[in-house]
Design a binder for this molecule. Structure first.
Ligand code: SF4
Length: 282
């Protein structure tokens, strides 16, 4: 193996990048492919992980943020997860071994493991390997996904997932396209598939003033998910500016620099729209 190949191959003991979702990561793995379908299972690319999260599923959780995402949400607060190359290449066995350290505490606190991103379905074999290992440890598992790549999650994949946190970023196709750069239909099809298999789902809707807050747009999401008995919660996430610095650091064009946070009145209106449609909201 030539010296340049040695440099391209990271040590097998690569550490999991502890930290959090708000830490900026850049060029950790410059030789990673530019792809939205990474087929290796023995290793993968991770942005960071957090312990003690209470935001990403029931109980206290370890949340792993994997790299790679085919969307380009205007409000993304982690644009440093879009490309595999910005994450750290980590062997699956290292992730599993680290998870084992946390498993007793997670079980005791009725928590579990959540894989978020980025988009976890960019790295299907890798994230499936983590979920399967977590289930073998008796952990509750949650997949945080935008649903665009839902067709990639086989029934076997979903058997290792107890809960799907499904981000439905808009109802109106033109708004969805403007917000994400992608089409809404695959996400809606995935939601219907999850409903048909009665897989527990928490729907997440990011409320951005002037972008996703149109009453008809909210109403569309609400009336779509309200009849689904597998949807346990709808979580309305008010837009914030915490990720703005990353757009600047990465030299990206951040179009929401002047967008204010959602006001309490706006949040209340949107929550009542979901509630009036018959959804459990928070
Ligand atoms: S799906 Fe998530 S990670 Fe991907 S661009 Fe949107 S907000 Fe960012």
């Amino acid at each position: 193996m030539c010296p340049s190949d040695d440099r391209a191959a990271p040590p097998a003991s690569a550490e999991l990048p502890a930290g959090g979702r708000h830490d900026l990561r850049r060029d950790r793995s410059p030789d990673a492919p530019e792809t939205d379908s990474f087929g290796e299972g023995a290793f993968g690319y991770i942005h960071s992980y957090e312990t003690g999260s209470r935001l990403d599923g029931p109980g206290v959780r370890v949340t792993i943020f994997v790299s790679g995402c085919p969307l380009r949400c205007l409000y993304c607060h982690n644009p440093d997860t879009w490309h595999l190359k910005d994450g750290t290449r980590v062997p699956l066995e290292r992730v599993v071994s680290r998870l084992k350290d946390f498993a007793p505490a997670l079980r005791a606190m009725q928590g579990g493991l959540t894989i978020s991103g980025g988009e976890p379905l960019v790295q299907v074999p890798f994230t499936q390997g983590i979920f399967v290992a977590a289930k073998s440890m008796g952990l509750h598992t949650a997949l945080d996904t935008c649903g665009l790549l839902g067709e990639r999650a086989s029934d076997a994949y979903l058997e290792s997932v107890d809960l799907v946190l499904l981000d439905i970023k808009s109802w109106d196709p033109a708004t969805y396209r403007r917000v994400t750069g992608q089409e809404v239909a695959p996400t809606l099809r995935f939601a219907e598939r999850l409903a048909a298999m009665n897989k527990p789902v928490w729907v997440r809707f990011v409320l951005v003033p002037g972008l996703t807050d149109d009453p008809a747009n909210v109403e569309g999401v609400a009336t779509f998910v309200a009849p689904m008995p597998n949807v346990e919660w709808v979580e309305v996430l008010p837009f914030h500016q915490l990720g703005a610095f990353k757009w600047k650091e990465l030299g990206l064009d951040y179009q929401l620099a002047d967008t204010p946070p959602a006001s309490p009145d706006l949040v209340a209106r949107v929550l009542s729209q979901f509630r009036d449609a018959g959804c459990q909201v928070r």
